[in-house]
Ligand binder design. Structure first.
Ligand code: FES
Length: 170
């Protein structure tokens, strides 16, 4: 069983992938969080159709499922890219140039903070202090901290690691 993800039909969500998860946690009333974790492992985020299915299968209100999924920072309700770039906009990083970094990535990849490029390659996230203020402005690409970034340097890193299909033609 598949359902459009409502994102222009660019991809579909295969709900049958959840069956083994429901089987594993069958009869465990408090299993909502582990089920959400497994779902995110499968889809890389929590699609609306999957949250709906979880609510139905567990017999709980959809609002409760959303409540839990939005409460914990580990859960993502938006599609995430193959690569995730976090740019710190905490005070130390902001004054050292974060706004220019964000603008550079927005323009090069046609993506806004909190969004993923249409080809699913890159997710851009803005975060607030990652504890590396001495390296301001700090960024994290796929879990690797990159400090004292300048826009040109950051774009060079991204061009090396992120597929060119998500780079805007100019
Ligand atoms: S403000 Fe950016 S790492 Fe602390």
């Amino acid at each position: 069983m598949t359902a459009s993800d409502g994102d222009g039909g660019a991809s579909a969500v295969d709900l049958s992938l959840m069956e083994p998860v429901f089987q594993k946690y069958s009869g465990q009333p408090g299993a909502l969080i582990p089920i959400l974790q497994k779902a995110q492992d499968i889809y890389n985020y929590l699609p609306a159709e999957v949250l709906q299915l979880i609510a139905e299968r567990l017999g709980i209100a959809l609002s409760k499922v959303y409540g839990v999924a939005t409460f914990y920072a580990q859960f993502y309700l938006e599609r995430r890219g193959k690569h995730v770039l976090k740019i710190c906009d905490g005070t130390a990083c902001h004054v050292k140039g974060t706004p220019a970094l964000i603008t550079a990535v927005e323009e090069e990849f046609n993506v806004r903070p909190g969004e993923t490029t249409l080809d699913g390659e890159l997710t851009l996230e803005v975060v607030y202090c990652i504890g590396s203020c001495a390296l301001a402005p700090a960024t994290v690409l796929d879990g690797r901290v990159m400090g004292r970034m300048r826009p040109t340097q950051l774009l060079q890193h991204l061009r090396r690691h992120v597929s060119k299909t998500s780079v805007q033609e100019t």
